[in-house]
Write a protein that binds this ligand. Sequence first.
Ligand code: VG1
Ligand code: CO
Length: 564
Amino acid sequence: MSLTSVIVETTPFEGQKPGTSGLRKKVKVFMEKHYTENFIQCILNVLGDKVKGSTLIVGGDGRYFSKQAINIIIRLASANGVSKLVIGQLGLLSTPAVSSLIRRHNVLGGIVLTASHNPGGIRHDFGIKYNIENGGPAPDYVSDAVYEESKKITSYKTTPKLETDRLIDILGTYNFNVDGRDFVVEVIDSTADYVGLMKQIFDFPKLRTLIRGTEKRPPFNVLIDSMNGVTGVFVRKIFVEELGASPDNNVCRIVPLDNFGEIHPDPNLTYAKDLVDKVKANTSYDFGVAFDGDGDRNMIIGKNAFFVTPSDSLAVLANNLDCIPYFQKNGVHGFARSMPTAAAVDRVAEKLKKEMFEVPTGWKYFGNLMDAGRLSLCGEESFGTGSDHIREKDGIWAVLAWLSVIEHKNMSVEEILKEHWSIYGRNYFTRYDYEECESDAANQMMEHLENLIASPDLIGKTYTAHGKSYKISKVDNFSYVDPIDKSVAKNQGIRVLFEDGSRVIYRLSGTGSSGATIRIYIDSYEKKDVLADAQDMLKPLVRIALDISQLQKFTGLEKPTVIT
Ligand code: VG1
Ligand code: CO
């Protein structure tokens, strides 16, 4: 039976502006009549003629409202001339899996339904992100165009009679005819493509012997925490079924829940405390890792919950990539990090004579460099690590990379870090997050900082706290020119740089769904004194960062909500 599309009149919604990584709002906002339809139609409008006859990948972290959103996407896509949607079963696909599928199927793009590390459930957040044909997050010019469309949209096209009920529950290919055109929904196994890719990149038999142990070596005891997010289905497949980890002792929270069990699926020391406590309590664990809701972030800890900062994780991997088959085959090109990420990897790049890039916060800024063959490995301090195998950060990839290094070096996590610091010195790093502050207060504080850095007296000024003094050598608001397409990203964070190389950086988050989140990043490099406690070491700089910004005065907040 042929179905007919209809045009539905609508009016614009305010604030459909994608942030650091897609549009994130409270679920109840996405539930408003026409809200989700408008945003999807705006994406399709921006794609223009390319939509006709195209294939798109659709899936996400399975959070509340995903199924409703997928039904809306199916109906709108069919009415707008898309030929085929490839959808993960039950709507489940991790962000890295979407990126991989876009690349392998060579399609126009993908729609990722996630608010990543933000909490889920009816009272919390939902999100929609568009990824382009290279598999990466839409660059700024696409997101800006979507936002412009959202301000003037007057109608959307949908196929209301297309029966979507339970369509994505069962694997299969479903054929429809809309306005005389064929339209196909293919429901695929969420993990198959991604698992295949991981098997090409890593030496699975070797990793299996690490986890299972051999006559000469006891099993390497891991604890993998999916935090009730989408990685659960991938963890079961890869670590339990392929690599022989125990479903009882080596994995936890691996059933995806649409509210993540009411936790923040955010792998850091505050929100992944459960994992940290378990690894501390059971000293037989050699390694622990947690992922975020959509599977692109990872937090790595060693025995006794020895914490690896993401900046160090990136540097260690950079230093050891040649033990991974993918890099043996493809070579290692450049490295990159987001600006606030500590510069540990820069030292590795220098030693290995690789190109090194510093980009604004957000994975979308790595894509062009990877496409141009100049970037193999990159990371962000926000627990993102990844390589050019796809165009998103990739939590499971990061674990497999770490396990490869551990297998190869036959050392513990702590030993690897200590060896690394003894060679390269150590970048002490901490980030203070003040979540859900009042937007006005946060904006005033940023304005104060803008004014401050505009004053010429600041350079050369010395700040002292806890007996340590730091002299300012440079201040700016970070801006970036993409080396490939020359596009410019401005206002990417206020930087206060000190003479000894220490830095304090201030940014407002672009992933929140209400209020504002202030992030302060602090780092400082030590060549010799590498074994101190990071919070002790950075205490003076933290004080100075608070003094310069007058954060307490503006926000009234005494303490950050999260320290990493
Ligand atoms: C945060 C992180 C950033 C990351 C982004 C998306 O952005 O700081 O490094 O790329 O989240 O990650 P912001 O603007 O809130 O600081 V994910 O895993 O939430 O898609
Ligand atoms: Co994420």
